[in-house]
Ligand binder design. Structure first.
Ligand code: ADP
Ligand code: AMP
Length: 218
């Protein structure tokens, strides 16, 4: 049976870190809209150029563009057994669109929405020290989750860098955008009985254990 999971939570809660682990354990793709946009920006595609100015400011890329990108990704054959969506949906319009897309394209639906939380001070510390791999977007932290060799990705050996939008000013804006535009999804998914609250302010392995328990209970 297919398993579509939406990771919900503020920037820095650990959605990407956990989505990568779950994707491996469940053998389904990890789809991060942030990673997809960064790929397009590196390739300097039309979509990348359009997304860049929004991302640099910490604003959301317009729904129409984001939804079309996710729809195309979900149409790939590797998504037929399920997927972990990380950073999408971020607006009510995106949440409504994903239901239609999953029905049309994948004959499935979102089943589980882990809502990963952490206090604001933790979010800011995590984002300030986040390191991201150039090749595939693997995520580390300078002190909380360091790579084995400083500056180098454990998985593929590529260079680690600090994202431009992890600067203090842009992080503040991203957290504000999350509160204004994404928090309505908490009630949206709670009303559908899909929301499972996960305390993300604990060691990575403990958070993963709770997530796996939620998947098994589903
Ligand atoms: P999100 O995808 O929600 O924005 P990330 O998964 O990129 O968050 O995590 C943000 C930062 O916090 C990264 O540097 C990551 O290594 C670190 N991190 C993630 N989860 C934990 C955790 N449970 N404890 C400590 N650091 C964490
Ligand atoms: P992330 O990697 O999830 O932190 O996303 C980085 C940036 O990409 C965000 O600050 C937005 O500008 C953009 N982005 C990612 N996902 C979405 C989305 N679902 N809707 C709109 N913009 C998005």
């Amino acid at each position: 049976m297919s398993v579509y999971i939406v990771m919900l939570g503020p920037p820095g809660a650990g959605k990407g870190t956990q989505a990568a682990v779950l994707a491996k354990k469940l053998a389904i793709p990890h789809i991060s809209t942030g990673d997809l946009f960064r790929h397009h920006m590196r390739e300097k595609s039309e979509l990348g150029r359009l997304a860049q100015s929004f991302i640099d400011r910490g604003d959301l890329v317009p729904d129409e563009v984001t939804i079309a990108m996710v729809r195309e990704r979900l149409a790939q054959p590797d998504c037929r057994r399920g997927a972990i969506l990380d950073g999408f949906p971020r607006t009510t319009a995106q949440a409504e669109a994903i239901e239609h897309t999953l029905q049309d394209v994948c004959r499935g639906c979102v089943r589980l929405v882990p809502f990963v939380t952490a206090p604001a001070a933790t979010l800011v510390d995590r984002l300030a020290g986040r390191l991201t791999c150039r090749a595939k977007g693997h995520v580390y932290h300078r002190t909380l989750n360091p790579p084995r060799v400083a500056g180098t990705c454990d998985v593929d050996g590529s260079e680690l860098y600090q994202r431009d939008d992890d600067s203090e000013e842009t992080v503040r804006r991203r957290i504000q955008v999350y509160s204004e535009q994404t928090t309505p999804l908490i009630e949206y998914y709670r009303d559908k009985g899909m929301l499972v609250e996960i305390d993300g302010d604990r060691p990575i392995e403990d958070v993963t254990a709770d997530l796996m328990a939620a998947v098994k209970a589903d």
